[in-house]
Design a binder for this molecule. Sequence first.
Ligand code: ATP
Length: 238
Amino acid sequence: MLYVQGLSTHIGKIQILHSIDLHVHQGEIVSIIGANGAGKSTLLNTLAGLYFPSTGKVTLEGEVISGLPAHKVVRKGLSLVPEGRQIFSNLTVKENLLLGMYSRYYKEKNQAKDHIEMILDMFPSLKKHIDNLGGNLSGGEQQMLAIGRGLMSKPKIILLDEPSMGLAPKIVNEILEILMRIKKEMGTMIILVEQNVKAALKVADRVYVMEQGNIALHGTPEEISMNPQVKSAYLGIK
Ligand code: ATP
């Protein structure tokens, strides 16, 4: 289980996150929605150790991970798939995947093959391109590669920052199906940050709505989609 209690983050002198409380149970997909600038990416980046929180505590399966640098957070079992994918265009699919495993298995290189096979079973479209350069993949395949790379460290929880960005609806659906398989077959907890609110509600077990660095609402997808404020602001329903 991931527990976040009273988490605040400042960037420079500006407070971006204001005492965030949230949790993710074993086997859950939790979606976080909110307008541009609400603080969703800052929250994920803080959880991943890229920003140091100014207050609060984060525990993953009982171990405190807040305040650790990013490379140690990965070793504790939290993996971030950043906004914009950030795969290496000049490396092959296989090399990109291997980079995701480095922090955990740097002493166990012979395990690489098994892990890559496991990931490729999840993403058949990557299998076809295993020796192609990352830069030659389509946008959807690059996103799958970014998620596959995030899974290579065998995380307990994976955080995805806007995986649907710039992708056609059909590809977005493929990615959502993969997320449901990851949850079911690998038992990985998932936090999904999305501007695509319909997609976020479709796969989530629970949803948090962020506004101006705060959690404004939380509930089941059914509860959140019935909320009048969410309906008009995010779903275009009056
Ligand atoms: P988006 O969907 O646009 O990425 P978001 O909800 O992820 O939005 P953040 O990117 O976390 O929001 O940004 C939250 C606030 O923090 C915004 O007001 C943004 O301008 C500010 N901010 C984020 N990163 C920095 C930074 N490096 N320096 C200064 N301000 C920042």
